[in-house]
Ligand binder design. Structure first.
Ligand code: AKB
Length: 336
């Protein structure tokens, strides 16, 4: 008999490690993880880990012979800055990888006679506000507004959302007999900040970089202007939101894609909180205009009222609590 598993792709990344820790602690499921990068020490022994490329088709045929995949958290992606250096590779990983996994989930759903739950993290990168005036005027965007991404990553995520919604509702819509379809659910994350990992390849990375540098007594030069504001979220809330959406009753969900918000903050306000926690830290602003333009095209905040209404989303960490109770104590311990 095939072993029932929850599959997590991109397990070695920031959200991946936090999610594996949380699911492993619950202890009620077998977890299969994969990543093209090695398994971080912090999650060793918590799952069956495969160091593999999600574009490896043979791997997936081998997997389905051995496992019954009940749930997929598809986290593997190339983030916004990195994707601009290698847009073709980003498209392969972010779009073709997602398509392959959706097909796998669709086949598994039909074979099991029960939907595979497919959880997909999207991003504020799907938005593209054309200028600062518009950014000010539409400061809390709803899911369907300003979906004009300016980056390859944003385009890839937006298309991933659409593909998932297609597989959820319209896959093989002209077939005489419709197969059982997968259950696709997506959270659109703001910039995420973790106390335990430092991101790579993103554009919202300045927030994490600033605080991790300060905790190590290093000076930091921020690559966006002081007044630039976008939404952020503490990692525990990011994990909560994807798990809460995963367990929400399907009949309550009116959408496939939900904004999730926590707090909006400018780079200067982050600097103030960091300097308060680590007095004497030297933080300066020297915008890299190209990277700044990417962050500038993202909204100041998101309207997440649909998530609050449909599945009771409520973040636990505002900016002050994120710093005081989550980041500062954990980061201090980490670098001591
Ligand atoms: C990035 O900066 O690319 C990511 C994101 C906002 O999705 N952190």
């Amino acid at each position: 008999m095939r072993k029932k598993v929850t599959l997590i792709t991109g397990a070695s990344g920031e959200v991946g490690t936090a999610l594996v820790e949380r699911l492993a602690a619950e202890g009620n499921r077998r977890i299969l993880t994969m990543d093209v990068h090695p398994e971080p020490d912090s999650i060793k022994g918590m799952s069956t880990f495969l160091q593999a490329d999600i574009l490896d088709k043979n791997l997936f045929s081998r997997l389905v012979a051995e496992y019954e995949i009940e749930t997929i958290y598809h986290l593997a992606a190339l983030l916004s800055t990195r994707a601009e250096f290698t847009p073709e590779t980003a498209h392969k990983v972010n779009v073709e990888g997602t398509m392959m996994l959706l097909q796998l989930a669709a086949e598994q759903s039909a074979w099991r006679g029960e939907p595979v739950l497919f959880m997909f993290p999207s991003s504020i990168a799907v938005y593209g506000l054309p200028d600062l005036d518009t950014k000010q005027r539409y400061s809390r965007v709803r899911e369907w507004e300003w979906n004009y991404p300016t980056t390859m990553y944003g385009c890839n995520k937006l298309y991933g959302e659409m593909l998932g919604s297609y597989f959820n509702k319209n896959y093989r819509q002209l077939a005489a007999e419709r197969p059982v379809m997968l259950d696709f659910r997506c959270v659109r994350y703001p910039g995420l900040i973790s106390a335990f990992t430092v991101p790579t390849g993103g554009t919202s990375d300045y927030a994490s970089e600033m605080i991790h540098a300060a905790a190590q007594g290093k000076a930091y030069t921020c690559f966006v202007r002081e007044g630039l504001a976008i939404p952020f979220m503490a990692m525990p809330d990011a994990v909560d939101s994807i798990l809460e959406l995963a367990t929400a009753p399907r009949e309550k969900l009116r959408h496939q894609v939900y904004n999730v918000g926590a707090f909006s903050i400018s780079a200067g306000e982050i600097r103030d909180l960091v300097v308060k926690a680590f007095p004497g830290t030297e933080i300066t602003f020297q915008p890299d205009l190209k990277r700044q333009n990417i962050a500038e095209s993202w909204p100041i905040d998101v309207d997440d009222s649909a998530a609050r209404r449909d599945w009771g989303w409520e973040p636990k960490f505002d900016a002050v609590r994120t710093f005081a109770e989550y980041l500062i104590p954990n980061i201090k311990k980490r670098y001591q």
